[in-house]
Design a protein around this ligand. Sequence first.
Ligand SMILES: C[S@@+](CC[C@H](N)C(=O)[O-])C[C@H]1O[C@@H](n2cnc3c(N)ncnc32)[C@H](O)[C@@H]1O
Length: 232
Amino acid sequence: MFSYYGSKSKIVDYYPPPKHKRIIEPFAGSARYSLKYWQNDVLLVDKYETIAKLWQWLQCCNKNDILKLPKLKKGDDVRLLNLTQEEKWLLGFSCQAGISAPANMTSALGEQNSKTFLKNIAENLHKIKHWEIKHGSYEDIENTEATWFIDPPYQFGGHSYKESNKNIEFDKLAEWCRTRNGQAIVCENTKADWLPFKPVVEFTGTVKLKTTEAIWSNIPTNYDCEQILLQF
Ligand SMILES: C[S@@+](CC[C@H](N)C(=O)[O-])C[C@H]1O[C@@H](n2cnc3c(N)ncnc32)[C@H](O)[C@@H]1O
């Protein structure tokens, strides 16, 4: 729906499909995995209140609520527009690319985005009407049988979120991931050491940083079979 730092938009197709009807994204952000499998029974949770409230507001919007919003031009300051807080948050995420909180000033890319951004959202609103969306922390979620798509801030690199890696105890999170009921899919990059992650794909993120995305799952995946170097 909206651009977000660390979003899985470019690589969502690399992850295993859900084995359960219920999908839980405990670190929701822009929830690209759930949007791909939107017909499932989705629960989003994020500790950053702006993200949770933005999703909850989008859920109540109709097409016209979105299409009536102004198209931004380079240099426009979102704070000066006569809009509600949620409307400003939405435009704030569109006015620059790949940001971890709504911005105020519109960049050239933001102006370019605004041509398609609102139309795309309006066309996708029907996908989220049946979702459950909560503000909270991952530890608060009941451990029900589900596909758990777990994408926390990176252990190395996830410092720029409002709710960042500095408040995450990765040993505790590892144990929590290992004890999920159902299918757990955990995202990281190959620098992380809190679970035995396997490389997935090299990826240039929204701020032009190259990382190798990695996965851990409690169910075998295609990424488990690493090439073994044979030495004679
Ligand atoms: C890497 S982003 C998720 C990106 C998402 N998969 C996407 O496609 O956009 C991580 C998210 O975790 C959230 N977060 C950080 N600490 C959290 C916590 N303890 N519980 C729940 N969410 C948290 C951040 O606010 C951020 O939105």
